[in-house]
Design a protein around this ligand. Structure first.
Ligand code: CA
Ligand code: CA
Length: 578
């Protein structure tokens, strides 16, 4: 009897070791169901498809004018830079990331701080476009975020203590990270930043419990992918669309992260500009830069790609989020995806295979191309508007280009309403003078080979929130804003669209007509992404306030529209009065 007892105890011990008890907290299934679960916000984008649509209706177009603050919570310190984060809300806690790689846990009912984690950043980090962070990911007992020194950190979500901390890339070579991670099937999936330093963009999947790398898929042709430490095939075909050795430092940063569609089991990641900016040095399409790339998360292999700006010469990063949606086009129900690109065109693709359905201009002006060829899905280039090749000793011919390199739309996420069938695009109308200059790659140094000055192109606005009908390509309504828009969008079944302005307002619009219904002054520019959830029987709205990001760093002549905006760093939470 005794022997048998020991035997079963040993067997039990083996079983327990092999199957660790699941930590309490959000599961894979919870993350996939996030768009429908109204009591929490578990993912960046409010669902893996990142539609940023809530079915909640307690706050609606009829009563939003009565919305008031429930509380505000300061991020404190002297580190008041751009606050581009989207909050995560779970089990009575709001998690927000802050500038300089900080993560805060606030009580969701009072705003009282539960804990704060400050990453210890080394000297010599090279973020191109302010020290921002766009949000965290939650899973089980962990809250996970990326830091400016190109690391991924998993913290215990109740204590803020580090569970694991892994390097994504070498910050001394210009790698950094600012995007919110995506969690799919127990894997944390991230991109990387550094396209202005000649890094190689890639998508990486790690075990969420340990941080160990599972697979890595480079986004530049010629580079070898890996799967569990083994070679997993070269991306593309070496030198097929890149000349010489330039692909080795070819850019294509995946700096905005990605979306996931459970229906097709595909990850959709956007890729940034080819490096350097001077396109004359790199003949060819330069795959897979300025593209949307679909990856199978089980294999780490590319399933399809669509290049929005082949042979980019204007820094038209194609990183913008690709949002899966379904619609009936020409009488046929289709599984689609849409992306509002930095190059000024709104793309609709078949998300199962990447087939081109349409490209619609959503900004005032595109000087680099005149639409897209419906058959080939390639842009009709206006070659005269490509900046010229520099001579050996000086700058090449300067051109005026629109949109500017900050884009018809930049990082700030759009939203898609299942109710109206419209996409709500935070866009900007601006151009730039751009020219090429001599350049050579040097590790850790800027690798542009170009100069630029951003300029306004309209008297009355730069920013424009636009409602796009993806079936027709028509703009249904627009709201113009004096300063450039730089915050994300939220839409709800209450017929509402929310977005922030650099002037400090969080605003609510009628989703069907665009009529402005409500605004609240937060004290600093709003460049974060709003979210909504239900708590104790009431609907809440939350957004980060804190002016910064790329615009004040690179705004050129546009800077006068925001020179009086003060910096800040606060979480604002709103609800209807009882
Ligand atoms: Ca949810
Ligand atoms: Ca870029």
């Amino acid at each position: 009897m005794k022997a048998r007892y020991w035997c079963s105890a040993a067997a039990l011990a083996t079983f327990v070791l092999a199957t660790p008890t699941l930590a309490k907290g959000p599961t894979d299934a919870d993350l996939m169901a996030d768009a429908a679960s109204t009591g929490d916000v578990l993912t960046y984008g409010m669902g893996p498809r990142a539609q940023r649509f809530s079915p909640l209706t307690a706050i609606n177009a009829g009563n939003v004018s009565r919305l008031v603050p429930a509380f505000s919570a300061s991020l404190g310190g002297e580190k008041q830079r751009g606050q581009e984060a989207q909050p995560i809300v779970y089990d009575g806690t709001i998690y927000v990331t802050g500038s300089y790689s900080r993560l805060f846990a606030f009580d969701a009912r009072t705003g009282e701080e539960k804990w704060q984690y400050d990453a210890r950043l080394p000297d010599g980090i090279m973020p191109c476009c302010d020290v921002v962070n766009r949000g965290a990911a939650i899973y089980g007992d962990k809250i996970i975020f990326a830091t400016l020194d190109a690391r991924l950190v998993a913290l215990n979500r109740e204590t803020g203590k580090v569970i694991w901390n892994k390097e994504i890339g070498d910050y001394k070579a210009g790698y950094s990270a600012t995007a919110a991670p995506l969690i799919v099937k127990g894997m944390v999936i991230t991109g990387n930043s550094g396209g202005e330093f000649g890094i190689v963009g890639s998508v990486q999947a790690r075990d969420v419990n340990t941080g160990e790398l599972i697979w890595n898929r480079p986004m530049i042709e010629g580079h070898m992918g890996t799967f569990k430490g083994q070679d997993n095939g070269i991306t593309g075909k070496t030198n097929a669309s890149w000349p010489g050795d330039l692909w080795k430092t070819g850019g294509g940063a995946t700096w905005l992260g990605g979306t996931y569609d459970p229906e097709t089991n595909l990850l959709y990641f956007g890729t940034g500009n080819p490096a350097p900016w001077n396109s004359h040095l790199r003949k060819g399409d330069n795959l897979y830069t300025s593209s949307t790339v679909a990856i199978n998360p089980d294999t780490g292999k590319i399933v399809w790609h669509y290049q929005t700006t082949p042979h980019d010469g204007w820094d038209f990063d194609g990183v913008n989020e690709f949002i899966p949606f379904d619609a009936t086009i020409n009488g046929k129900p289709m599984k689609l995806g849409a992306k509002a690109d930095r190059n000024g065109y709104f793309f609709v693709l078949d998300r199962t295979n990447g087939k081109f359905i349409g490209a619609h201009k959503f900004v005032m002006q595109t000087t680099w191309a005149d639409g897209f060829n419906a058959k080939t899905g390639r842009p009709n280039y206006i070659e005269a508007n490509r900046p010229g090749m520099p001579s050996a000793d000086g700058k090449g011919s300067q051109v005026f280009a629109s949109p500017s390199f900050l884009g018809g739309k930049n990082w700030m996420p759009m939203a898609y309403s299942n109710d109206t069938g419209l996409f709500y695009i935070p866009s900007n109308d601006w151009g730039m003078d751009i020219w090429n200059e001599p350049i050579a790659y040097k590790k850790g140094a800027a690798y542009l080979g170009a100069g630029f000055t951003i300029k306004p192109i309209a008297e009355d606005h730069i920013g424009a929130l636009r409602a796009m009908d993806p079936k027709t390509g028509k703009i249904v309504w627009e709201y113009k804003n004096k300063a450039p828009l730089w915050g994300g969008v939220l839409t709800t079944a209450g017929n509402l669209v929310f977005t922030g302005t650099p002037e400090g307002y969080l605003k609510a619009f009628d989703a069907k007509t665009g009529q402005e219904l409500w605004k609240f002054q937060t004290g600093s520019g709003v460049v974060g992404s709003p979210v909504t959830w239900e708590q104790d029987g009431e609907q809440y709205i939350a957004v980060m306030s804190g002016w910064g990001g790329a615009v004040p760093l690179w705004g050129g002549e546009v800077a006068k529209t925001f020179k009086d905006i003060n910096q800040g760093g606060a979480l604002w939470v709103f609800k209807l009065p009882r």
